[in-house]
Ligand binder design. Structure first.
Ligand SMILES: Cc1cc2nc3c(=O)[nH]c(=O)nc-3n(C[C@H](O)[C@H](O)[C@H](O)COP(=O)(O)OP(=O)(O)OC[C@H]3O[C@@H](n4cnc5c(N)ncnc54)[C@H](O)[C@@H]3O)c2cc1C
Ligand code: SF4
Ligand code: SF4
Length: 674
């Protein structure tokens, strides 16, 4: 490990970031200070260093002063490090001869009312960055080839759109769905706001398309078991759950010519086991061998082995010709290799019954928005007739509790965020009631109506004009009249400034949504972070909303945060486009922040090998000695191994011990403390 021996010739450039930085600290003082530092030959400032003139300052200075290290004191490297690296390269230097001091996010934004303190801290930040710049080395990024295939996890509208776009761009795409059919939540909806198209009618063509697209390998009733690798070269292990029913291809593989499930339903006819149908929230029965709904894709029955009594009646009904049912089927595993992945695993609901004040699951006539969708849907359990669960009567006064658990800081299961589509679907529900039930009046209990999308505000006016009643106030509690099973809704009408108690025939809760429970496992497998509220975290909320901080992994739909169908589809198209770029480019460059084993120091003990979270290390035989070897493409430069090696034999490129020690020394020797 050697320090760079050449004479240091460093340029320091300080950005005002408009007034973001310059409004909180003295740029001039920091610049004057930078000029005094060892190795600094030029220091300059500019209002926006990231602008073309700002970058030109760097490029010109490199040439004019023969610089061999660049420091920019500006904003977050997360966004602008690539910009300044490119400028460094354009000036003729290796782009890793660049170091950034974040004097905005880590300084001016947090010390905006302490001019002196912020200025002193900025000087220290520049001092530390210069100390590292003096020791920077040329590094070469590593190029790796990219598999010409992709994986999309989750077959809701978001996942299907992403898969169709990738496949249509000529990329072999594995679409993985854990349910027996694709479709997701949208297949449970009746109509969709604001156009009121039939949800299933606009969804079915997409479901059919993913089923027959030549570039889509559809795997339903399948989950991801393990993820290995890195951008360009992911190996994903899939677990195909035992479905108990063969499709025609699987039947053919078993030598059953012309066999396999054709969706006739003869098996379900004879099945003696009756269970509540979860797709209909228990409001309709289902057999132990079932399909969710008539439009399922693929049209193939599934055995619920938890319910099945293995009587064999379905096997008999299915017949010798098709021989589609195998009650001894077991889970099978498959490995697929893909270049990039899109996560589109959707969302769940908070356990709204835990907000006991609204009486869900205690009072028969309190239902959720999604249960309302099933009740009002022609293919739902009541054939589209909205009835009260308690007595089958048609409700005339229906209350809608908006923000049920959303925008709520009281803790427990409540969520501080807005679930973003419940205002709109409650307006839709209000319209559907007035359309279907003559004389029915919907009462919407709301905090604010958030109708922000295209034609949404117009939809809101339309529902107002149709006669829906709006009461502004959070519902405090709901009580039930034990005789009539009617519900008394207690709230405060904040516009009139008085408490209100209103009797309703039925109440619909617009329950807050939340990440799926398995999102935690999925994000850990794919190396994706989560935001404070638990949704999968995008690389940048504004400028990279489809990417993640793990190269090659992208997000689509509600798993990234609440959004309606148009926004889900738009993000899915964005994710597909982003995920296809490395695939079409054919190779990607990896940052060269790899661990390196110094063979002469390595004792070959192997203690580091199991520590690597990415499985990038192995012991090998090299010239008669056992030493550790790093698979650079797998290494993410986390430094775990470097910190662990008892002999100090592992060097982290760009974060070497001498570089880090130089930074600490510079600060401490100057007498720095905070
Ligand atoms: C009552 C109600 C009414 C609504 N009405 C409208 C409307 O009228 N208009 C509108 O624009 N929006 C509406 N929405 C919102 C709409 O449901 C969502 O915008 C849309 O479903 C988001 O699609 P998605 O693909 O992101 O997620 P989802 O629809 O949730 O799909 C996710 C898919 O991923 C699968 N999955 C999950 N985990 C895994 C895993 N580990 N492995 C494999 N697969 C997995 C799931 O089974 C599912 O198929 C409504 C929502 C509700 C609750
Ligand atoms: S074997 Fe199972 S699925 Fe088939 S009919 Fe009997 S209970 Fe139903
Ligand atoms: S969309 Fe409307 S009802 Fe839903 S949480 Fe946001 S403000 Fe509340």
């Amino acid at each position: 490990m050697t320090e760079t021996k050449e004479e240091s010739r460093i340029g320091v450039f300080i950005c005002h970031c408009g007034t973001n930085i310059a409004g909180s600290l003295s740029i001039q003082e920091v610049m004057d200070y930078a000029k005094t530092l060892d190795g600094v030959v030029v220091a300059d400032e500019y209002q926006y260093m990231c602008s073309t003139p700002g970058q030109s300052k760097i490029i010109d200075a490199i040439k004019e002063h023969n610089l061999n290290g660049i420091v920019v004191a500006a904003c977050s490297p997360r966004l602008h490090e690539p910009t300044f690296r490119t400028a460094t390269q354009e000036g003729g230097l290796n782009k890793f001869r660049f170091e950034m001091a974040n004097i905005r996010d880590q300084n001016s934004w947090v010390h905006m009312h302490d001019w002196e303190g912020a200025t002193e801290k900025a000087k220290d930040q520049v001092l530390i960055a210069v100390a590292k710049a003096r020791m920077l080395e040329d590094l070469q990024p590593k190029s790796v080839p990219v598999e010409h295939s992709a994986l999309v996890l989750g077959g809701g509208v978001g996942g299907m759109q992403a898969a169709l776009d990738l496949a249509s761009a000529g990329i072999k795409t594995y679409l993985i769905e854990k349910a027996p059919t694709v479709g997701g939540r949208m297949s449970q909806l009746d109509k969709t706001f604001p156009t009121l198209d039939c949800s299933q009618c606009i969804l079915t063509p997409k479901m059919v398309d993913v089923g027959r697209h030549p570039n889509i390998e559809l795997r339903t009733y399948t989950e991801v078991e393990n993820v290995e690798g890195y951008i360009g070269n992911f190996t994903i292990t899939l677990r195909k759950k035992a479905r108990g029913v063969l499709d025609p291809t699987e039947a053919l593989e078993r030598g059953i010519i012309g066999g396999g499930c054709n969706g006739c339903g003869d098996c379900a006819e004879v099945c003696p086991v009756i269970k509540p149908n979860p797709f209909e929230f228990g409001m309709a029965p289902r057999k132990a061998i079932y399909i969710y709904h008539p439009q399922v894709m693929p049209l193939q029955y599934t055995v619920d082995f938890d319910a099945c009594v293995k009587c064999g009646l379905c096997v008999e009904a299915c017949g010798e010709e098709k021989r589609a049912i195998d009650l001894d089927m077991v889970d099978t595993f498959e490995k697929v290799r893909v270049g990039t992945c899109i996560l589109a695993i959707g969302y769940d609901f908070i356990p709204i019954e835990q907000k006991t004040e609204w009486g869900y699951k205690r009072f028969d006539n309190v239902i959720t928005g999604l249960e309302f969708e099933r009740l009002i849907c022609a293919s739902g359990p009541t054939g589209g007739k909205l009835i009260r669960p308690s007595d089958g009567q048609i409700p005339k006064k229906v209350g809608f509790v908006l923000c049920a658990g959303s925008r709520d800081n009281t803790g427990g299961v409540a969520k501080a965020y807005c679930s973003r589509f419940c205002c709109m679907y409650s307006l839709k529900h209000a319209h559907q009631i007035m359309e279907k039930i003559p004389g029915a009046v919907p009462y919407l209990f709301y905090m604010d109506i958030r109708s922000f999308g295209k034609m949404y505000e117009e939809f809101y006016y339309r529902i107002q004009n149709e006669g829906a009643k709006f009461i502004r106030g959070r519902v405090a509690n709901i009580l039930e009249d034990p005789t009539t099973k009617n519900l008394i809704v207690h709230t405060e009408d904040t516009l009139l400034g008085r408490p209100v108690a209103m009797e309703m025939d039925m109440v619909v809760l617009a329950a807050a949504i939340q990440p799926k429970p398995e999102a935690e496992r999925i994000r850990q497998m794919f190396g994706v972070s989560k935001s404070q509220d638990g949704w999968l975290l995008e690389a940048h909320p504004k400028l990279n909303p489809c990417g993640t901080t793990t190269a090659g992994i992208y997000l689509a739909g509600v798993c990234q945060g609440p959004k309606d169908i148009p926004d889900t589809v738009a993000q899915a198209e964005g994710a597909a486009s982003a995920a296809s770029i490395p695939i079409h480019t054919g190779e990607v460059q990896l940052e060269p922040y790899f661990a390196q084993c110094m063979d002469e120091i390595c004792a070959g003990c192997g203690m580091c090998v199991p520590q690597c979270p990415y499985g990038a290390l192995a012991l090998i035989d090299k010239e008669g000695r056992t030493v550790m070897e790093v698979t650079e493409a797998k290494c993410k430069g986390c430094g775990t191994c470097g910190g662990f090696c008892p002999g100090g034999a592992i060097k982290m490129q760009h974060f070497t011990s001498p570089q880090i020690c130089a930074q600490i020394d510079a600060f401490l020797l100057k007498g720095g403390e905070y």
